[in-house]
Ligand binder design. Structure first.
Ligand code: FA5
Length: 343
C-alpha cells in the first residue's frame, strides 16, 4: 500500500525537521506544520475515508501510531531544549543555584503583646499571678464600686463606648478587675496583675488611642503599705528600663486610691537633662498608683480595719513607646507591616 510508504516518509521528514528545532518558537511552527489543524499528519488521518474499505483498518492504525510517536518526540525535544537553556544559563552565571531560597513571609508577635509578655515575666518573678477580667463591664464595676458614683466629675475623664444593653459599657480602665479579683479571693491575700484592652471615647492623638492596653496591679493583705507599693514599682521599672533608672512619686488623685500618686521615671533618652521626648522636663510619666481606697476594699469584701492594699495601672503601648523611641501611638493599630516588622 503506497499510502503506508507515504506515512513512513512523512515520519522521517517530520523527525528530521524536529531535530533542527532548537527553540520554543520553532517547536510551535513544527507543531503547526505536522500536528496542527491543517498539519500533514491531520491531513493524512483524513485520507482514511478515500481508501478502499479493506485498507482502512491497517492505515488507520498506522497513522494513529505515527501521530503518537510524533507527539512523544515533540515532548522529548521540548525537554531537551529546556535543559539546554538551563545549562546555558548556568554556564553564563545568570542562574546561581547556591543562592538561598526565598523565605515565606512569617508573622511575629505584635509589639503590644511582646511588651505585655515582658511585663508578665517581671511580675512573675515578683510573685504575681495574672487575673483575667471582662472587657465589657457594667457601670457598677467600672465606676460605682470604684468610688465613682453617677455625676462624679471623674467620669468626665473616662468617657467610653456604651453597649445597647443599658448599664453596660466597654471598660475605660483595668481597675474594675480589682473588684472581680477581690470578690473572688476575699478575705485571702492577693497579688495579681490584670492585663487587657481598655476603651475611651476621646480624641485620637500621637499619645492617645481609642483602644489601648493597660496592666493593673493589685496587692491586698495585712500590713501592706506605701513602702511595698514603691518597692514593687521600683523593682519593675529597673528591670524593664535599666537598673540606673530614677523614680519620682507625685501626689495625684484617683477616686479608688488614697493616697494616690503618679509615677515618673527619668527620661531614658536624655537621662533627665531634658529633650523633645520628655518635653524638656527630664521626666516621663509611666503609671498611676495608690493605696486601695477603704470604700473600694469594703465594696469588694475586705474589712479596711484589718486589710490594706495597693494598686497601679500602666499603659504598655506608652511603655513600648519609651523603650523603643516610638513617637506616635497610632502606629500600633494601623497595621502597617513596615512598622510591625521592626519589632
Ligand atoms: C487610670 O486608668 C487608672 N485606672 C490607673 C490607676 C490604677 C491608678 C490603679 C491608681 C490605681 P489613667 O487614666 O492615667 O489612669 O491611665 C493609666 C495609663 O493608661 C496611662 O498612664 C497611659 O499609659 C494609659 N492610657 C490612658 N489613656 C490612654 C489612651 N487614650 N491611649 C493610650 N494609653 C492610654
Amino acid at each position: 500500500m503506497d499510502e503506508l510508504n507515504d506515512l513512513a516518509r512523512l515520519e522521517r521528514e517530520a523527525l528530521s525537521a524536529l531535530q533542527t528545532a532548537t527553540e520554543q518558537a520553532s517547536l510551535d511552527a513544527w507543531f503547526g506544520r505536522y500536528l496542527g489543524r491543517k498539519g500533514a499528519v491531520t491531513l493524512a488521518v483524513r485520507r482514511v475515508g478515500s481508501l478502499p474499505k479493506e485498507d482502512r483498518p491497517a492505515y488507520g492504525q498506522a497513522v494513529n501510531q505515527l501521530r503518537k510517536r510524533l507527539e512523544a518526540a515533540l515532548a522529548q525535544q521540548g525537554e531537551t531544549i529546556k535543559e539546554a537553556a538551563l545549562a546555558a544559563e548556568m554556564e553564563t552565571g545568570a542562574f546561581d543555584p547556591t543562592l538561598p531560597g526565598r523565605l515565606p513571609n512569617v508573622g511575629r508577635v505584635h509589639l503590644s503583646n511582646r511588651t505585655l509578655r515582658e511585663i508578665y515575666d517581671i511580675f512573675r518573678q515578683l510573685g504575681f499571678q495574672i487575673y483575667d477580667a471582662p472587657e465589657v463591664e457594667s457601670d457598677e464595676y467600672n465606676f460605682e464600686l470604684l468610688n465613682i458614683p453617677a455625676g462624679h466629675p471623674a467620669r468626665d475623664m473616662w468617657d467610653t463606648f456604651y453597649t445597647t444593653t443599658p448599664g453596660y459599657l466597654l471598660r475605660t480602665q483595668t481597675s474594675p478587675g480589682q473588684i472581680w479579683a477581690m470578690r473572688e479571693y476575699a478575705p485571702e491575700p492577693i497579688r495579681v496583675i490584670l492585663p487587657g484592652k481598655c476603651y475611651r471615647y476621646e480624641q485620637v492623638t500621637a499619645r492617645s488611642e481609642m483602644m489601648f492596653h493597660q496592666v493593673e496591679g493589685l496587692v491586698v493583705g495585712e500590713n501592706i503599705t506605701m513602702a511595698d507599693l514603691k518597692g514593687t514599682i521600683v523593682a519593675f521599672v529597673r528591670q524593664m528600663f535599666g537598673q540606673e533608672r530614677k523614680l519620682r512619686f507625685r501626689f495625684s488623685h484617683f477616686p479608688f486610691t488614697e493616697p494616690s500618686v503618679e509615677v515618673d521615671m527619668d527620661c531614658i533618652l536624655c537621662g533627665g537633662k531634658g529633650c523633645r521626648v520628655c518635653k524638656y522636663t527630664g521626666w516621663l510619666e509611666i503609671m498611676g498608683a495608690g493605696m486601695v481606697h477603704p470604700t473600694v476594699l469594703r465594696n469588694a469584701g475586705y474589712d479596711p480595719e484589718h486589710y490594706s492594699g495597693f494598686a497601679f495601672g500602666m499603659g504598655p503601648e506608652r511603655i513600648a513607646m519609651m523603650k523603643h523611641g516610638i513617637d506616635d501611638i497610632r502606629y500600633f493599630f494601623s497595621n502597617d507591616v513596615r512598622f510591625l516588622s521592626q519589632f
